[in-house]
Design a binder for this molecule. Sequence first.
Ligand SMILES: NC(=O)c1ccc[n+]([C@@H]2O[C@H](COP(=O)([O-])OP(=O)(O)OC[C@H]3O[C@@H](n4cnc5c(N)ncnc54)[C@H](OP(=O)(O)O)[C@@H]3O)[C@@H](O)[C@H]2O)c1
Length: 257
Amino acid sequence: MRVLDKFDLKGRVAIVTGASSGLGWRFAQVLAGQGARVVVAARRTDRLKTLKGEIEAAGGEALALELDVSSTRSILAALDQAKKHFGALDILVNNAGRALEKWALDVSPDDWRAIMSTNLDGVWFAAQSAARQMIEAGKGGTIINTASVLGLGVSKITTPYAISKAAVVQLTRALALEFARHDIRVNAIAPGYIRTEINQHFLDTEAGRNMLRRVPQRRFGEPEDLDGVLLLLASDASSFMTGSIITVDGGQLLDIS
Ligand SMILES: NC(=O)c1ccc[n+]([C@@H]2O[C@H](COP(=O)([O-])OP(=O)(O)OC[C@H]3O[C@@H](n4cnc5c(N)ncnc54)[C@H](OP(=O)(O)O)[C@@H]3O)[C@@H](O)[C@H]2O)c1
């Protein structure tokens, strides 16, 4: 077997949450490009239809599904529809997320709940439900959570977001430990600052430029910078990896001065 064959995803079924923009959009294209049949899921279905069209135009297979990860009912419905269309899942990319920039003293109970319900509750319930589907189908699988460098370190005005991502880091490890016996691997990508809609207003501000000076590689990332790590974790190339948190941040976490 050629080493590169290990990255082949032909015959695999994947779902990407938060596929309507940014990282999720790119993740779906990359998985489809390697042969996976990809379910693209989010709330903005008009965008998902465009993405599905792009994947199909490139020769891939996709299904667009409306999904609100803050609703357990919506998650169950999407996973059920995905299974009916393509068969049981092999790959879950648990990527939907939202940000909040507020000083801790200004965060309201509703702000807190909004972040946690999407970034933590949604990731937890999607992982649990996808694992149940994989186990019921009698096959293993791989779950990839999108954490953040802010799950590993903190910065000002991001407290609820950072806490939600730290929880995703620990959730990744806890589920990896329990799911290994079912041949389900659970890993996380912890990106640094990657240019997407989530941070487009921040990166070009004075604070964003100050942040850039603290990135050793002196640039922000682009969604394409995650292609390699995504394919590694989604494919058999990482068959002995579980519970790993992989940073992709231009070295940002290295310098704590
Ligand atoms: N960009 C970065 O620098 C960076 C760094 C570290 C981690 N991350 C993480 O990467 C992930 C993707 O973010 P991004 O940078 O690609 O930002 P983005 O372009 O704003 O994408 C966020 C995605 O999440 C979806 N989403 C939000 N709330 C949702 C909900 N309740 N149900 C379903 N989908 C929902 C959005 O879709 P709809 O609005 O259509 O539902 C959208 O597709 C997030 O988890 C984010 O925290 C990003």
